[in-house]
Design a protein. Sequence first.
Length: 139
Amino acid sequence: MKMSYPANIVWSESDEVFEVSFPDFPGCITFGATREEAEIMASDVLSGILESMIKRSLDIPAASKIKEATLIAPAPSVAFALWLRARRSASGMTLTDVADKLGVKYQVYQKLENPETANPTLRTIAKLERVFGETLVAL
């Protein structure tokens, strides 16, 4: 599973920092004194906006295909929760359906779709891969 969004990283002469913006999330901006710091800050702000959108049940846009942009990945917990929600949605299953297939309670599965509480074991990841027919972790 690899998830990332394009970001524009540009040097600001007036502020003497690298400014970062995300075309898919207008108003989602940050900066860093160095390019490396700007990319780290970009991952943090991207994770924050995605987590906020998940909590508020907002539609999350697919990543744009922009060749000139720098790809920024969110935190693994956010990427995992989004992967899981997308797979469940694409399969047409409810939270309860997936929980039943995993052999866990609804509330246990619900925590997996929340970036703040998602902490799956390798065994759980293997079960999810079987349920959705996709490889999450390639070893």
